[in-house]
Design a protein. Structure first.
Length: 363
């Protein structure tokens, strides 16, 4: 009589739990020195994405943060300049299952010390207030003028038709803040949605899938539809990520793009963080980008000088003939994807000063 051996394999949920645990292990213990500012930035990002997308995190996966959590009061006392990172990490750990209940006490100390008064940026001040109110602590800050300025910035669509990555990332984070990371309707109008579409068009033309992923999330938080071609581009970029493990892992990688692309997948109803990972050092590497026509297009437009026009219908054929075939294909795809492409191009062309001078001469 032969022996019967029953083979058991991990279920999908078990495999997913192991991957999430490995993901947290690498960020908590293997990429940066525990507690330095880059460590805090990376871990605040991964924990925030896991928390706001409602991911189930195994309780023992949080053990990687036990030492950090145990000493968080001392860290906050000595590094008050990093209070937003520290409080965000604390709150997300507790939301994901860490026991201890420190978040409210830390927030109250931050409020009592007036640390928000050290912020110059409206967005950073708003984010700090969000963290305090998240645990029921009053920030004693009048947010009405701050939110009004943020809404005004986000609603000026012409800003986002010109390549400016800093402004574009500020835009997405304003939406994240005002929507409480998808927890409520941010109450933003069509002008802000147009700003996001302008920024998304530039990101698509630049093959910047890190930024494009954030824009997809922001559009979702606004209750607005994003072009399918943008979603497909981010999904394709996510699927083509490479992972280096152990001694092959490097410090400088594309971790942020990996995180936000998976965030965008989650907002689109797909399962994020599907790549199987093992505990230990890991680095994330985006696949080489295809032709990105934004620089080529900008150089052609700049070289036209006085012949440059803001009329897309009049410039379309000339521009497609002036850039490489690959870039022309992406440009036409961008046109088809954006329902306000002509308005985008009118601002992208930057002919306003010339028009204003001509008007002054003929007045």
């Amino acid at each position: 009589m032969s022996n019967v051996i029953n083979l058991t394999f991990p279920s999908r949920s078990e495999q997913r739990a192991a991957s999430i645990a490995a993901l947290l292990d690498t960020f908590a213990t293997h990429r940066r020195k525990d507690g330095d500012v880059f460590w805090m930035k990376e871990n605040a990002e991964i924990l925030n994405i896991l928390e706001c997308t409602g991911q189930t995190v195994p309780r023992d996966a949080l053990d990687a943060y036990a030492g950090f959590y145990a000493t968080i009061e001392e860290r906050l006392e000595f590094f008050p300049q990093y209070y937003r990172f520290l409080l965000s990490i604390c709150q997300d750990l507790e939301s994901l299952g860490m026991e201890g209940g420190k978040g409210r006490r830390l927030a109250q100390w931050i409020s009592d010390e007036g640390l928000i008064e050290a912020e110059l940026s409206d967005l950073q001040r708003g984010e700090a207030v969000r963290l305090l109110t998240r645990v029921g602590v009053s920030p004693r800050v009048d947010m009405t003028p701050i939110n009004d300025r943020l809404r005004a910035f986000a609603g000026r669509s012409a800003t986002f038709a010109v390549p400016n990555k800093k402004a574009a990332y500020e835009l997405t984070h304003i939406v994240f803040y005002l929507s409480e990371y998808g927890r409520r309707d941010p109450g933003l109008g069509a002008n802000v949605v147009q700003s996001l579409k302008f920024s998304g068009t530039l990101a698509f033309l630049d093959c910047n899938f890190d930024l494009l992923a954030e824009i997809l999330v922001a559009l979702s938080f606004c209750g607005a539809d994003a072009p399918d071609v943008w979603k497909d581009a981010v999904a394709s970029s996510t699927a083509r990520f490479g992972v280096s493990e152990g001694q092959d892992a490097v410090l400088q990688d594309d971790y942020h793009e990996y995180l936000v692309c998976n965030w965008a997948l989650s907002e689109a109803g797909q399962k994020p963080f599907q790549a199987p990972l093992r505990p230990g050092p890991v680095s994330f590497h985006a696949a080489p980008k295809s032709a990105a026509p934004l620089r080529e297009l900008s150089e052609v437009m700049h070289g036209l000088n006085a012949r440059r026009s803001s009329d897309w219908s009049g410039m379309r054929d000339f521009l497609c003939d002036s850039v490489s075939p690959e870039s022309a294909d992406i440009l036409l795809t961008a046109e088809a994807a954006c329902d306000c492409f002509e308005d985008f191009f009118a601002d992208f062309a930057r002919t306003g000063l010339r028009g204003a001078q001509l008007g002054a001469l003929t007045a």
